[in-house]
Design a protein around this ligand. Structure first.
Ligand code: 4H7
Length: 246
């Protein structure tokens, strides 16, 4: 998958996206992540890319031309029209379903706004969809873009050691993940649950599933409406809730 970042802070994004699992996939050539510094397309000798908002008000707005020229530069080396994503608090709230959908694309472009945002006309011209990573305010679109890139890229085949193994992870089935334990067997007088040391794989699987269901019930009950629960699990939750055991 090819991913382009249009940003005023390419070093910030490169520093993050060359580390760990995503960084390895970049080095392996599974991901082709590129950065275009919008400032390189300022087109004036002071390299200015922002200006005061028409109509007045505080702060600065990113001008449309440098962004448009940066995007045209990306298109020069693109095979087909990429999907262009703009990160802003006004976007559709990003989730695992959107991550799955985006992971099917061949080429994504992330437009990262800064200051008070981007001139509306260039958004209308180049952006296919606006995404938000949640209802809070940040100083720029770079961190949201990196969050989306991380979530999408790890679903691209070959990025994780074994794609199959991750089909049981959190949110895949709409449930939270079961608790994890590693050595030592006793920490601060707390033991690792006995079943995990038993080597009985059937029991371990059942215990983990039950933990996922109970956790989801306690911490994020709203997720249960969309979760894939068996009829038996649904009856169990109903009974436990009625007996006030959850
Ligand atoms: C684009 C447009 C995304 C980018 C506006 C971006 C939160 C998110 C930004 C803005 C972002 C998210 C302009 C919004 C200045 C905040 C005070 C950068 N913040 N800004 N406002 N939730 N900020 O995904």
């Amino acid at each position: 998958m090819r991913i382009d970042c249009l940003t005023l802070f390419p070093e910030m994004m490169q520093a993050v996206l060359t580390e760990s699992i995503i960084g390895r996939a970049v080095r392996n050539g599974i991901l082709d992540v590129r950065y275009t510094d919008i400032r390189d397309f300022a087109g004036n000798k002071h390299n200015r890319v922002d200006d005061a908002p028409y109509g007045g008000g505080m702060g600065m707005v990113m001008q449309p031309e440098p962004i448009y020229r940066a995007y045209q530069e990306v298109l020069k080396t693109a095979d087909e029209k990429p999907r262009v994503i703009y990160l802003s608090p006004q976007g559709r709230v990003f989730n695992q379903d959107i991550a799955k959908e985006l992971s099917q694309e061949k080429h994504l472009v992330f437009l990262c706004g800064h200051y008070e945002g981007v001139d509306e006309r260039v958004i209308e011209e180049i952006v296919d969809e606006e995404l938000s990573i949640g209802d809070y305010v940040l100083t720029g679109g770079e961190i949201p873009a990196m969050a989306v890139i991380d979530a999408v890229a790890r679903l691209v085949p070959g990025v994780l050691p074994s794609a199959e193994a991750y089909s049981e992870e959190s949110l895949y089935n709409g449930l939270l993940e079961y608790p994890q334990y590693t050595r030592p067997p006793v920490f601060m007088n707390k033991e690792v649950p006995e079943v995990l040391l038993s080597g009985h794989h059937e029991n371990i699987k059942a215990w983990r599933r039950a933990q996922s269901v109970i956790r989801t019930c306690r911490k994020r009950p709203e997720l249960l409406t969309d979760a894939d629960l068996t009829d038996e699990e649904q009856r169990l939750i109903k009974t436990l809730l009625e007996e006030e055991k959850l």
